[in-house]
Design a protein around this ligand. Structure first.
Ligand SMILES: [Zn+2]
Length: 316
């Protein structure tokens, strides 16, 4: 049997036909165009793309066991309903009801970070492990907890939001969630951009300024990371601070859950071993277990495919 996985984003939706080992056999994508049409129209288009992918793969609908959707926002997985998401401005949309108007198959849905964590568990870095935590270091910090080989999202499906763990008693950087001092304000790509720009003002001679031409809009996490790798002192300082905060949150996760592995994904993780080695070193310095093993920290392996693979595996 095969499984359909849908990676729904604000800009594009990607659909793939996946086998039970998490291998994508065929995939395709279309613009979501969620700003110009209602959710019902987007999901009708999604159903059309699903049927097209099955046809183009050379397989038939009879060979497909289920459809899984990974979406940003708060998802009630039991009913495959999206409660709300700031990326799409949708409220109370049932993926199951809408897709089943067109395709008579079981439909599952979950948050995109949970789904990526599931993908790494089925076919990536944390394959087969009992307990693992996936962190996506992008605009924010998303997390997917796999506990006892299942996604854990809490009693009301709003758990595992570790990016909004508050690490400042007073003040701190304001967060889009409405609070201030959330961990993701210090451990995301957004944090690297903000601090990179501050460092450029304080150190006009920084190599980062040479790349951005002094334009804050041109600052990216990659600019900071590349400059730090090359040894630019201002970028190194930003990077070291970033790693301190990232490691702080990872230590908290280890102290609460004691997982076997923490997997780093998302745009910032593209810095590869440069980031990984720094984080491992900082975690080792802070962890309070001296004589007991603790979680290994690894890079995600599936990249952008994790969205499709994990969504498909919701039906496994
Ligand atoms: Zn927050």
């Amino acid at each position: 049997m095969y499984y359909i996985g849908v990676d729904l984003g604000g800009t594009n939706m990607a659909v793939g036909l996946v086998d039970e080992n998490g291998k994508i056999l065929h995939s395709d994508s279309r613009p979501t165009k969620s700003a110009s049409r209602p959710a019902e129209a987007v999901l009708e288009d999604m159903a059309d793309l699903i049927l097209q992918v099955i046809r183009d793969s050379g397989h038939t609908l009879d060979e497909v066991k289920s459809i899984g959707v990974g979406s940003p926002g708060t998802i009630v997985s039991a009913t495959a309903e999206l409660v709300s998401t700031c990326n799409l401005d949708w409220h109370h949309v049932s993926f199951r009801n809408e897709l089943q108007k067109y395709i008579d198959k079981p439909v599952y849905a979950d948050n995109d970070a949970n789904v990526a964590g599931l993908a790494e568990f089925v076919a990536g870095a944390s394959q087969g492990l009992e307990n693992s935590v996936f962190l996506t270091l992008g605009t924010g910090v998303g997390a997917g907890f796999v506990i006892g080989k299942r996604i854990y999202a809490g009693t009301h499906n709003v758990g595992a939001e570790i990016g909004h763990m508050n690490i400042m008693a007073d003040g701190g950087e304001p967060c889009p969630c409405g609070a201030s001092g959330c961990w993701e304000r210090y451990a995301s790509a957004t944090a690297l951009i903000r601090e990179g720009n501050k460092a450029c003002l304080a150190h006009p001679e920084s190599a980062m300024n040479a790349v951005t031409g002094g334009d804050p809009e041109k600052m990216t996490a990659k600019v900071v990371l590349d400059a730090a790798k090359a040894g630019d002192p201002a970028a190194v300082e930003v990077f070291n601070n970033y790693v301190r905060y990232l490691a702080l949150g990872i230590i908290n996760i280890i102290n609460i859950l004691d997982p076997e592995m923490i997997v780093l994904g998302g745009g910032v993780s593209k810095a590869g071993d440069f980031l990984l080695n720094a984080v491992r070193e900082e975690v080792a310095r802070r962890v309070f277990y001296d004589e007991v093993a603790y979680a290994s920290i690894e890079l995600a392996q599936l990249g952008n495919d994790a969205g499709i693979i994990g969504a498909a595996m919701l039906g496994l």
